[in-house]
Design a protein around this ligand. Structure first.
Ligand code: RIB
Length: 305
């Protein structure tokens, strides 16, 4: 059984680059349109694999050409995929806009990802019981994801939740999460608190800790990440890099964070490692194509420290 199991989404990203985002009702001319394989679950899983982690992917694809692309990637990356199911829905697609600063706007239509239901969860129960860490996002059905958290917690499996895209989650469920990795928007929605300044982020993270969440890693883009535990909060600075395309930076951060924890690193060391992986990701276009290898991340850290 793999040490790290990702239960999550596959999404084919339809990416349009443009000078600046259109306002509502406005038409702008784009610069390019490309297809890249992505999806938060798949991105996080491939990140773990490229960093040398022992990982299994669980999720749902359609029976179309995009599904074949993803199955080929899983094979090439050496990722265990016995429990990547197929359904009659289409493999999910996202529309992504990227402006000149590399910022993105994303809309995902869940399609096949939402066909993963409780019957599939029952089929993977043994995998869940026998893994060390489960990584989850919120692109699968929310009710199913919450049940995975309940079960993983009961089995003593470490739960790493990347609460994206943002959705409200009850405090009883958040209490069963060992590590949660929201960005400012997601943290604000989860806590109903402002998160515009570092102090506001710290206070919102404290609210989650008050629910019983083990540790909060608030990702703050180029500023880095704030790690908050019962012992206190530390802002761990990120790297200064030129952003070409920020898609999947949060995902590669999560994958790297999980790998570092699984190697016995402290949460603070894991955030430093994850900051480097995230920084490298923004320098390259596309989701899965922008994910770097262990050797590349280590060379980057050595050069920038
Ligand atoms: O986090 C980036 C990912 O979010 C993209 O690859 C897109 O598919 C959406 O799921």
């Amino acid at each position: 059984m793999a040490k790290i199991t990702v239960i999550g989404s596959f999404v084919m990203d339809n990416v349009v680059k443009m000078k600046s985002f259109p306002e509502a009702g406005e038409t702008v001319l784009g610069k390019s349109i490309e297809l890249f394989p992505g999806g938060k679950g798949a991105n996080q899983c491939v990140s773990v694999a490229r960093l040398g982690g022992d990982v299994e992917m669980i999720g749902m694809l359609g029976k179309d050409a995009y599904a074949e692309v993803f199955r080929r990637i899983l094979k090439e990356e050496g990722i265990a995929s016995l429990h990547v199911f197929s359904c009659d829905c289409a493999t999910a697609i996202a529309q992504i806009q990227i402006n000149e600063e590399g910022q993105n706007r994303i809309c995902v239509v869940p399609s096949a990802n939402h066909c993963f239901d409780f019957s599939h969860l029952n089929e993977v129960d043994e995998v869940l019981k026998n893994t060390e860490t489960v990584i989850l996002q919120l692109e699968m059905r929310l009710d199913v994801t919450k049940e995975i958290i309940r079960r993983a917690h009961a089995y003593g499996v470490r739960v790493l939740l990347n609460p994206a895209p943002a959705a409200p989650i009850e405090p009883e469920i958040l209490a069963m999460v060992d590590y949660i990795t929201p960005n400012e928007t997601e943290l604000s929605l989860l806590t109903d608190m402002p998160t515009q300044t570092d102090e506001e982020v710290r206070l919102a993270a404290e609210k989650l800790l008050g629910y019983g969440t083990g540790a909060v890693v608030a990702t703050l883009g180029s500023r880095g990440a704030m790690l908050a535990t019962k012992e206190g909060a530390t802002l761990i600075p990120g790297y200064r890099v030129k952003a070409v395309d920020t898609v999947a930076a949060g995902d590669s951060f999560n994958g790297a964070f999980a790998v570092a924890l699984s190697e016995g690193k402290s949460a603070e060391e894991a955030v430093r490692f994850a900051n480097a992986m995230g920084a490298l990701t923004v320098g390259k276009a596309g989701a899965i194509p922008s994910l770097h290898t262990r050797a590349e991340v280590e060379a980057f850290i050595a050069k920038n420290s």
